[in-house]
Ligand binder design. Structure first.
Ligand code: 5AD
Ligand code: SF4
Length: 458
């Protein structure tokens, strides 16, 4: 039996996909990159913007036709969209099974049932904001511990979930409704997992949480926070670099910057989405901080960790965003000098506060223009910041072949083009033996652009 998984959305989803894949491989499935070879096709979906859902719907439309000639194909929709739409998806003629993010441990059984009986099945969490979903959470933890292997990840690096869900309720955001309340995982489980990954050759761990600074777990009279976790992961010998994503500027406490400075293995990198530079819009987004507070945090971060690189997310065209509000965002971007920013056009999500209460009143054309303008401004800053690396020797963790492995091979002793990342999360491409994948090496930067550095192996 051949399995194909398509993943949309964030790192949490990619992690879930790899857990499901490993569980199914253990049951005898083989992974395939070719959709037309698959006996079972899973789509792990994202609901964060309408566009992400639209892409899944159009795939399903196509699969409806495919199933006419291949009626035995099993199609599953899993992840956030499955949780959001539930039965509505199950009714789609192409769909055999639907499973929400908290139900992934059930997927192998659901697939077996679909293969054996051809009956449709659904597993989504009722009342996902309920706190006492103990059995569900325990099953998830068990599934995670059992099926997270180093082979799930690109060589040398692994993502480890430290918490699930979110309690922030930013007014635009679907996440609290599809991933439930914040629940932190036991430090012992997290460390056990990190050690298992380390034994398999993993050198970099990225701790994952929607609002990672909110991590909190009390056990035997001790309450563990993010700084404690970072320290515990640091103590695992063969782990050399540690990152954590994503930080919320409202909850972020400067003490974490000190922990980053004290722990050598924690890389000087923060992903800390600002979303807007206008206090009026930040308030309407329920972000619980002002532009001044945000810039103060960035300044503090640079004082404590001078080489830190910072990345951000922005939403343009939030309801009521005027030219003046947008200018405030531009100002913030100019002052903050991010390494890079992700910019999204506001997309109303059914059931969220902003979709319920605020008209989506910024015209699409204005959203598009603001998106382009902000990206252009960020791009110029990224170029300037990157150019500071020119001529420097940087340590990178090699991820593997670049997208164009044949580039410059002849001039480099037939070595392919590789891609790696610095501790500050800068992307570096260079030619070298593929065997460097998953190891650290040093590259001298010879050319820079906004998002990619080019160099020579030292
Ligand atoms: N519309 C547009 N962008 C959104 N994001 C989250 N919700 C929405 C939405 N409704 C963006 C935020 C977040 C990133 C993951 O996606 O910038 O940080
Ligand atoms: Fe990830 Fe949010 Fe998309 Fe779900 S909706 S996949 S949590 S980005």
């Amino acid at each position: 039996m051949k399995l194909h998984i398509k993943s949309f959305g964030c790192q949490m989803n990619k992690l879930d996909s790899s857990l499901v894949a490993t569980a199914l491989i253990e049951k005898g499935f083989e992974l395939t990159d070719e959709t037309n070879e698959a006996d079972v096709l899973l789509m792990n979906t994202c609901s964060v913007r309408h566009h992400a859902e639209e892409r899944v719907m159009s795939h399903l439309g196509h699969l409806k036709t495919v199933k006419k000639s291949n009626p035995d194909l099993i199609v599953g929709v899993i992840g956030c969209m499955a949780q959001r739409l539930g039965e509505e998806l199950l009714d789609h003629p192409a769909v055999n099974l639907v499973a929400g993010p908290a139900k992934i441990p059930q997927i192998p059984d659901m697939i077996e049932k679909a293969l054996n009986t051809k009956k449709k099945s659904i597993a989504v969490t009722e009342k996902i904001r309920r706190k006492n979903r103990q059995a569900e959470i325990e099953a998830l933890d068990k599934f995670e511990l059992a099926y997270d292997t180093d082979e799930n990840h690109i060589h040398g690096q692994a993502f480890v979930r430290v918490m699930r869900g979110c309690n922030n309720f930013c007014t635009y955001c679907i996440v609290p409704y599809v991933r439930g309340p914040e629940i932190s995982r036991r430090p012992k489980d997290i460390i056990k997992q990190v050690k298992k990954l380390a034994a398999g050759g993993i050198k970099q761990i990225t701790l994952l949480g929607q609002t990672i600074y909110a991590y909190k777990y009390t056990e035997e009279d001790k309450t563990y926070n993010l700084a404690d976790l970072l320290k515990m992961v640091s103590e695992v010998d063969s782990i050399k670099w540690i990152r954590f994503i994503t930080s919320h500027p409202g909850e972020f406490d400067v003490s974490i910057l000190q922990a980053m400075a004290d722990l050598d293995k924690v890389t000087p990198y923060l992903h800390i989405p600002a979303q807007s530079g206008s206090d009026r819009i930040l308030k309407a987004m329920n972000r619980k901080y002002t532009a001044k507070h945000y810039l103060g945090l960035i300044e503090k971060a640079r004082q404590i960790l001078p080489e830190i690189s910072i990345a951000s997310d922005f939403i343009v065209g939030f309801p009521g965003e005027t030219d003046e509000d947008f200018q405030a965002t531009v100002e913030l971007v100019k002052k903050a000098r991010f390494k890079n920013s992700f910019v999204f056009k506001y997309s109303p999500r059914p059931g969220t506060d902003s979709a319920n209460n605020l008209p989506d009143d910024v015209p699409e054309e204005v959203k598009r223009q603001r998106n382009l303008d902000l990206l252009a401004i960020q791009n110029a800053i990224s170029e300037e910041e990157s150019s500071k690396l020119l001529g420097k020797s940087v340590k990178v963790l090699v991820e593997g072949l670049s997208k164009k492995p044949h580039v410059n091979m002849a001039e480099n002793g037939n070595n392919p083009q590789l891609i790696g990342r610095t501790a500050t999360d800068h992307i570096v491409v260079f030619n070298g033996p593929e065997t460097l994948t998953g190891t650290f090496t040093t590259v001298k930067i010879e050319k820079t652009s906004a998002l990619t550095m080019f160099g020579k192996l030292e």
